[in-house]
Design a protein around this ligand. Structure first.
Ligand code: GTQ
Length: 348
């Protein structure tokens, strides 16, 4: 017998695996799916149910023990690592009078939307930025920030960050400032005082290439904008009177990876259905209603948070005959648009 005939059949699959390769034909359908298959699912987080537990942890855990006292809003489809939708995270943070959440910075971009309480401020790169309910505060990537509460009663807010994207891109860095709080180095609330008029910008400020220079978009201004639009504007068929918080230098989103928005759904608003590749997290500022998603109904009430993953068909409804719904939302749409992968489909 020749040596050739006794050689066992080579298992080419095992052999190529050992060589660090894999046959594309076994993965093709998964890697090049006809349409996106999102891990995240539509979901509602009930604020009133969470609130007593937030208060419990406020009493049980000091800010010396926790870098930030936050309950993460974890999507049941995205638990490891935890995320709220693809590329975005939401959390509810609580801080008590006299407490300091120590100064740190991270490459992830962050914002806060104030839910309840008054008298706290965040120091962002040396500027104290005061918070009131409905205010949108920005902490763009690599900006030092610490929170301090000098008022009465607990203060709670929604945190929105893009760390799932930053970590997926392997660009996550984190640093402690070294002291618990930063000294105030600039006049309090100066960034929004000098920019808030929107159409009159200070020319002595060197624009940041990607981030809005505004520390706080106060609720008083948001309300004024909605009131000024009134009842006779067309609005969007899908999202009602939908406004984007903008970077005054560019007119674009407040941060490169996150567009923050506020929408007013008038009484009886029955939105048209659509889907888009971008994912959205909503916070109900006031009112209650429902969102129909691919045959399922998400019911939401005041202060709740809900998630609509990308490519899920959805329609928002304000069933009330008398009350507005105000929805704050944030989305990764700017990332999809920047990469040329944004797609939208009208379903009605
Ligand atoms: O307040 O700086 O929910 O750094 C997650 C990470 C809040 C914050 C979060 C953070 C913060």
């Amino acid at each position: 017998m020749s040596a050739e005939t006794v050689t066992p059949a080579v298992d080419h699959y095992e052999a190529v695996k050992a060589l660090g390769t894999s046959p594309l034909w076994q993965y093709f359908g998964e890697l090049f799916a006809e349409a996106p298959k999102n891990q995240a699912v539509p979901y509602v987080w009930n604020y009133q149910a969470l609130r007593p537990h937030m208060l419990h942890f406020a009493g049980a855990l000091s800010l010396e023990e926790a870098e930030r006292r936050v309950l993460m809003l974890v999507n049941p489809g995205m638990t490891e690592p935890p995320a709220t939708v693809n590329s975005l995270y939401a959390g509810i943070q609580i801080i008590l009078p006299g407490e300091t959440a120590q100064a740190h910075r991270h490459t992830a971009n962050a914002f806060r939307f104030i839910i309840e309480g008054e008298g706290a401020y965040t120091t962002v790169n040396g500027e104290r930025v005061h918070m009131r309910p409905g205010d949108l505060l920005l902490t763009p990537g690599w900006h030092w920030h610490d929170h301090y509460h000098e008022g009465d009663g607990p203060m709670m807010w929604l945190d929105g960050l893009d760390y799932p994207l930053i970590n997926a891109l392997e660009a996550g860095f984190f640093q402690l400032y070294g002291q618990r709080s930063q000294p105030a180095e600039r006049p309090d609330d100066i960034s929004h005082r000098q920019f808030i008029h929107g159409r009159l910008n200070p020319l002595w400020i060197q624009p940041d290439p990607v981030n809005s220079p505004i520390g706080n978009y106060p609720w008083t201004e948001t309300e004024r904008a909605l009131a000024s639009i009134g009842d006779d504007a067309d609005g969007s068929r899908y999202d009602g009177v939908l406004l984007e918080y903008t970077n005054p230098h560019t007119g674009g989103p407040v941060m490169p990876t996150i567009s923050c928005r506020i929408a007013r759904l008038r009484p009886g608003f029955n939105g048209a259905a659509h889907r888009h590749t971008s994912s959205t997290v909503y916070h109900v500022v006031s009112g209650s209603g429902r969102t129909e998603v691919d045959g399922e109904v998400l019911e939401w009430g005041e202060k709740d948070v809900f998630a609509i993953p990308g490519w899920v068909g959805h329609r928002h409804i304000n069933g009330s005959r008398s009350d507005d719904v105000l929805l704050m939302s944030y989305t990764n749409e700017p990332v999809h648009r920047a990469l040329g992968i944004y797609r939208e489909e009208h379903l009605d």
